[in-house]
Design a binder for this molecule. Sequence first.
Ligand SMILES: [Zn+2]
Length: 311
Amino acid sequence: MRFDRRPILIAFPLALLLLESTGLGFSSFLQNHVHSRITVAALSATGFAPSTYSQGSGGARWIDVDQPDDMSSGFTVPRYHCTRDSVSTDRASLASASFAAFEATAAEVRARRAAIVGALHGVTAAQTDRIGIARAHLGYALHAIQDAYAHSNWVDLDAASRSAFESMIIGNVKPDRRRLARLSVCSWVGGLLGGSPTDGAGRADLYPHDAFCKDDDGGYPEAVKPAPHPARSGETKRMAAEAGAYVATIAYLASIEKRVTAREWDLFRGVPAPVTPTAARSVAAPGPEPAKAKSSPTPGITGTLDARAGN
Ligand SMILES: [Zn+2]
């Protein structure tokens, strides 16, 4: 996603200097207030400790990508942002290039989940480096999932296609082009730096980022249009894309929880281990063994958008 610089300018004078020098931004999570809003709401609803995502907790343990989003960094990879790196000036080429871009992003998101589960397998509280690696992978995956909603025409698709899109992008179902026949994905070419990409003959791309991106109301004409399938009155395409990205973010987190132990899930979320009341037990009369420690509950994993704070 393109990012809104305003929050960064207020909070991070140093980041401002970096922006001035590179012309582009910081890393994923902070760079765009919509990414930040979706991620914080979903992590909070899923019981992640605020220290795992709050500004200032710092370092590799943060849930975020670990590279700046500028043209010279390793984060500038189309599949990390669900974008096409081609110019499509006819419908057939747009359809095939869009599905290829979507498929590559879905594969990336699925690979990140395998990496998260691998890093967490058998992890202990002392292995903060492994927990940090898992959180960084989560940062990349969530950015890619959320971008898929902002950088495609998901909001315009029918209900069956929208639902198929969700299970495919979070890696639960293999991408199937027949179920996403009308999918369009934004072109990255030129879009990241502004402007409208054209082919060698000067023909314009049919679905350029700067015209169709839906991650910010400012500057993107598509974002402020009414949603074709509004869930509530007055819903714009940006709002619909954000709501879809939130639901997919929650579903992706649930798919990770399913693949790890309760203890690994707690360590990933920064939830402290339950305290075993050994002192109390030693003076009490002999009785049944205390129940095995369970993981803390995950309040919002099945929650809905209505549970979201401030939106
Ligand atoms: Zn992005």
